[in-house]
Ligand binder design. Structure first.
Ligand SMILES: [Zn+2]
Ligand SMILES: [Zn+2]
Length: 484
């Protein structure tokens, strides 16, 4: 009945009341007499294990660091790598590519501003984009071996990082030699050059600078323990893996008293134990011992799965066995399908030998924050439809330099096909005719003093460089205070 007589103004009043009721709920309660100290103590310390993050089967030193925006999830672009920190992100985690799991790639960022790509499997670039890494920030790729699930995205990275700002630093590729020269990393890159011939010439209408100068560091796969990288306080060593064919390697990166190992693929071996010993974060690949059931689920015949594991891979039991020998602060496994039917089983098999800290390095987007006294593993939230981060430039010279494109359309395309292009005035609206940029607008390199750059461009393209400068200063300050 009352509904019929309700007026707009009473309805409005009801709505306002409703709003103000919820406002009241958000207000602070009235001031009261404080509880007794004993009561406060009992409640506030109840259920908290004496200030240490050790509960249940958790381990000493496994706890979220204070600067994390959320202890539950990592959101790209919301946390700077701290001066003393190593941050590891799993950008591709399975040999069988599928929408939630790209082929293997592990990204290691250091507090000194350096970053390292370990393997660059097919599709993993999508996750780098999602993680807001500009492709021209990726300059060093370490390939464990030349199975395509470990380097398939290299051509894409090379082409598109060059296009969008990879103009001043050539891409460096580190990888093993082969049993004979035709099976080495050098030869693979030569083949990639051939494969991308059209693409590179076509993209040479852009300001590519030295982007096409790819630098290959091929090392002797049999030189176990050899140091293949030593710059800026960072070293990378390698050793052989038994992976059906000579030329498969594992890597160990050391920096700032912390260490990361990625074994790549291979059978468990004595060398892993020797060279990974005591490393902080030990990551190996893993195959769960579920050959018959697993075959039914994954669509791989059991004999093929069994033979593949026994000639190429690390069974979960062996992964746990090695972890127990290596004794890392955090053990992680990757290169494994993230499937509910086998996840618990994987843990149980690893746990047979290894009782210490253990996390999956899968599915894609798992993030590991590492410092000397704490390690925390989270799920990263990677968007499905991210856009690229602006290319990042080092502005220490006070300039943005855009190289002159090495070629032009006129040089690589027949004029006739350009003449067949529609006259833009037929499709643009009458009152809208953009000024087209059909030819590169400047002669020679374009050199723009940073102060002339629009503020937004300067901020977005110089962010990584500024972060690096800030962290480097903090590290230097710390070093000098340690000396005093
Ligand atoms: Zn693989
Ligand atoms: Zn492999």
């Amino acid at each position: 009945m009352w509904k019929k007589t309700i007026t707009n103004s009473t309805l409005m009043a009801l709505l306002v009341m409703g709003l103000s009721v919820s406002n009241v709920q958000a207000q602070a309660p009235e001031v009261q007499e404080p509880s007794s100290e004993a009561d406060m103590q009992a409640a506030l310390s109840g259920g908290v294990p004496g200030g240490r993050w050790k509960e249940g089967l958790m381990f000493e030193g496994i706890r979220p660091q204070p600067w994390l925006q959320s202890a539950a999830n990592w959101f790209p672009g919301t946390e700077d790598v701290q001066p003393e920190e190593m941050r590891i992100t799993f950008m591709g985690t399975a040999p069988l590519i599928r929408p939630g799991q790209m082929n293997t790639s592990i990204f290691v960022e250091l507090g000194n501003g350096d970053n390292f790509v370990f393997d660059i499997g097919e599709g993993s670039i999508a996750n780098y984009q999602g993680a807001r890494v500009a492709l021209n920030q990726l300059t060093k790729v370490f390939i464990t071996h030349l199975h395509v699930d470990h380097f398939g995205a290299l051509p894409y990275l090379w082409m598109f990082r060059t296009w969008n700002g990879g103009w001043h630093e050539p891409l460096e590729v580190f990888g093993p030699s082969g049993r004979t020269p035709e099976y080495g990393t050098e030869k693979m890159v030569e083949g990639m050059k051939m494969m991308t011939g059209w693409h590179r010439d076509a993209f040479s209408v852009f300001p590519v600078g030295s982007g096409w100068d790819i630098k290959v560091h091929e090392f002797d796969y049999a030189d176990n323990g050899g140091v293949i990288y030593d710059r800026n306080g960072v070293t990378v060593k390698h050793w052989q893996r038994s992976h059906a064919k000579d030329g498969a390697s594992a890597y160990r990166l050391d920096w700032n008293g912390m260490c990361f190992v990625w074994t790549g693929d291979g059978r468990p071996s004595k060398l892993d134990e020797k060279y990974a010993k005591g490393c902080d974060v030990y990551v190996t690949e893993l195959q769960t011992e579920l050959v018959e059931i697993g075959s039914g689920v994954q669509g791989v015949p059991p004999f093929l799965a069994r033979y593949t594991i026994d000639t190429h891979h690390t069974p979960a039991y062996a992964a746990g066995y090695l972890a127990n020998k290596v004794q890392p602060r955090m053990f992680m496994t990757t290169h494994t399908n993230f499937d509910p039917y086998q996840n618990e089983e994987t843990v149980a098999q690893v746990r047979y030998h290894w009782k210490g800290p253990y996390h999956f390095g899968f599915p894609d987007g798992v993030v590991v924050n590492v410092t000397k006294d704490s390690i925390w593993v989270r799920e990263g939230i990677l968007p499905d439809y991210p856009n690229a981060r602006s290319p990042q430039f080092d502005f220490s010279n006070g300039q943005l330099v855009v190289p002159h494109p090495p070629t032009s359309r006129a040089e690589i395309q027949n004029e006739w096909i350009r003449e067949q292009q529609l006259d833009p005035t037929v499709y643009y609206p009458e009152d809208y005719m953009p000024e087209l940029l059909e030819d590169w607008p400047v002669e020679g390199d374009l050199v723009v003093p940073v102060e002339v750059l629009p503020e937004k461009l300067k901020e977005s393209m110089g962010a990584a460089w500024e972060h690096k400068v800030k962290n480097t200063e903090a590290l230097e300050e710390q070093e000098s205070s340690e000396k005093n």
